[in-house]
Design a protein around this ligand. Sequence first.
Ligand SMILES: NC(=O)c1ccc[n+]([C@@H]2O[C@H](COP(=O)([O-])OP(=O)(O)OC[C@H]3O[C@@H](n4cnc5c(N)ncnc54)[C@H](O)[C@@H]3O)[C@@H](O)[C@H]2O)c1
Length: 251
Amino acid sequence: MRIEDARAVVTGGARGMGEHFVRRLVECGAATFFCDIDADGVETVAAATGVPGTVADVSSEADVERVFEEATAALGGPPNVLINNAGIIRDGLLLKRDRETGTLVPFPTARWNQVLAVNLTGPFLCMRAFAQRCVEDGVQPAVAVNMSSISRAGNMGQGNYSAAKAGLVADTVVWAKELGRYGIRVGAIAPGFIRTPMVESMPPKVLEKLTNPVPLGRIGEPEEIWKAIAFIIDNDYFTGRCIEVDGGLRL
Ligand SMILES: NC(=O)c1ccc[n+]([C@@H]2O[C@H](COP(=O)([O-])OP(=O)(O)OC[C@H]3O[C@@H](n4cnc5c(N)ncnc54)[C@H](O)[C@@H]3O)[C@@H](O)[C@H]2O)c1
């Protein structure tokens, strides 16, 4: 599919990689719509780019339905590109020993559920709403891109995030198998550590420890992930696979 023919929805488009994808889609001539849970961010990015956006939580079924209704109106037709990008981290060990008391502190269930809700249920709800409209309205070709992570391999302190990102790649395969007959392709990208607020919020020592073993010796740039998105949109024989863009790092 040519990018300029896209009517694209980007989730989590108010900052970081999502914001970069919104800007690049528009530069490539795609009709673009975005959502984010951060109301101030939506306002700022919409004002700066002229791209319509809405405040929504991807883990809410009602919000996701509304996003696709608003997007269909704003884009002049049902979306034919979905970038499932919104994500959060709530890191911690399964069991942590308190340094002062020596007691074992178990990882809170609420933090487990939060990450699964946003990073796995969110993409599922968006994929379902997207595909339903494509099939009902005969929109094809169509393509969805799921943002997984290098952590899908299993990253210490990220049991919730690793599970969600591994699940998302498994479902990329499932949805590609189920939706190919409708002309809908589904791809995934597993980035390594990329320069965004999510990564820049990490303590410098942690960041240094993470980047030292990267064969290319640096963190990646959002543009380098955009190039993988552009490839997935453009290549009509790509589906059900995950592209790793991680500077060669293995966790
Ligand atoms: N930055 C990295 O190094 C890296 C590496 C691998 C994977 N990823 C993944 O790439 C995606 C983008 O990461 P980023 O670094 O740009 O993150 P970020 O934190 O900079 O931006 C994420 C955006 O998603 C939004 N968001 C959070 N919860 C939401 C919800 N419930 N509904 C709607 N929007 C919500 C946030 O408000 C924010 O604007 C995420 O899925 C992340 O897990 C990032």
